[in-house]
Write a protein that binds this ligand. Structure first.
Ligand code: ADP
Ligand code: MG
Length: 328
């Protein structure tokens, strides 16, 4: 690697706010490998997400917000596993010979803010020239056998979601139309921060250890993602549409006919969807309530397969779900 790139790594990625010591991380940036040490009886969880400019984030995206989003969408997978973060690694492809200092400074600041808030330092990575894109791998710890999985939902279990649904998808037209420069308008900030700064659900995932019978994070939308739980578990589900959590901002900015479509098929929410046995529901609701995590009980697991939408009277409803759209 060229001297100039070592200098960039030292300046922007090895900085103390981002590459700080953490439990389970013996040593990080500066050697050929980072060294991790799970405690006795612990298992390591690993997950990776790539983000390409123009596909997973808009062109000329604010680099600090990109830093937030890139790490938060990765942490969301650890949350869905009930894992405690240890550290992350970063592969970065940067265009041009310029190595824009303002861009790197803002990007690494964004990463550092989320890293600190989640006790998840940067422990290594790689850099190359190319179209703007990045790949983050997060590493987390669970007690042996305790990882939350997709395949444990059983008939009779309640279906829950955290937060509200559809806000990030409602932000997409704002982002594409204005290419990141959005005029201050009522509710727009809420929708945009749902997209760029999804809430970390790490604490919720840890609280759900031993309680959730299955869990997944909502990256593509409730319909496809709950579908993954159903297929993995060999069950079906009934979901009551009026029980779905819609934010005031979504209701104020999206025509009523499209609100549910965004909530079930919009994607990018990075909330948790999980199931719990009826006997565990009071404990689930108490623990997440204590954490201040908004929680909605939206349905029930049934035997069989497939996802059935119900109206407020319990009657089946047909819902057109167009699914996740990347940037045009
Ligand atoms: P190698 O060639 O042995 O793979 P590199 O020269 O690519 O090592 O990187 C040197 C050190 O800097 C390594 O510890 C590596 O993990 C770290 N590093 C490289 N790029 C990044 C990055 N984008 N973010 C954090 N650490 C990085
Ligand atoms: Mg290398």
């Amino acid at each position: 690697m060229a001297q100039a790139e070592f200098e960039l790594i030292r300046q922007y990625f090895q900085r103390r706010e981002l590459a700080f010591p953490a439990a389970g991380l013996v040593s990080g940036i500066g050697d050929d490998c980072a060294l991790l040490e799970p405690g006795t009886g612990q298992q390591l969880t690993v997950s990776m997400d790539m983000l390409q400019e123009g596909v997973h984030f808009p062109l000329r995206c604010d680099p600090r917000l990109l830093g937030h989003r890139a790490l938060l969408v990765n942490l969301s997978d650890l949350a869905a596993a009930g894992a405690e973060p240890v550290c992350f690694t970063l592969a970065l492809s940067l265009p041009g010979p310029q190595s824009d200092h303002d861009w790197l400074e803002a990007f690494s600041t964004g990463l550092a803010e989320v890293a600190r808030a989640n006790d998840c330092p940067l422990a290594g990575g790689d850099m190359t020239r190319g179209p703007l894109g990045l790949c983050i791998q997060v590493h987390g710890l669970v007690e042996r056998g305790g990882m939350l999985r997709r395949d444990g939902a059983r008939p009779g279990d309640a279906v829950y979601v955290t937060g509200s649904l559809g806000d990030a998808a409602a932000a997409l037209p704002l982002i594409t139309r204005h290419r990141g420069e959005v005029p201050e308008r009522e509710h727009n900030d809420t929708l945009l921060s749902a997209y760029y700064q999804p809430e970390s659900r790490i604490a919720a995932g840890i609280a759900l250890r031993g309680l959730a019978s299955s869990a997944i994070d909502l990256s593509d939308g409730l319909a496809p993602d709950l579908g993954h739980i159903l297929r993995a578990s060999g069950v079906g589900a009934k979901v009551t549409l009026p029980a779905l959590p819609l934010s005031e901002s979504l209701k104020a900015t999206v025509p009523q006919g499209r609100q549910l479509e965004l909530a079930v098929g919009g994607g990018d929410d990075y909330e948790l969807c999980f199931t719990a046995a009826p006997s565990d529901c009071p404990r689930v609701e108490r623990l997440l309530g204590e954490l201040g995590v908004p929680l909605s009980r939206v349905g029930e697991i049934v035997s069989g397969d497939g996802l059935l939408w119900l109206d407020g009277q319990g009657r089946p409803v047909t819902l057109q779900v167009s699914g996740y759209r990347h940037f045009a």
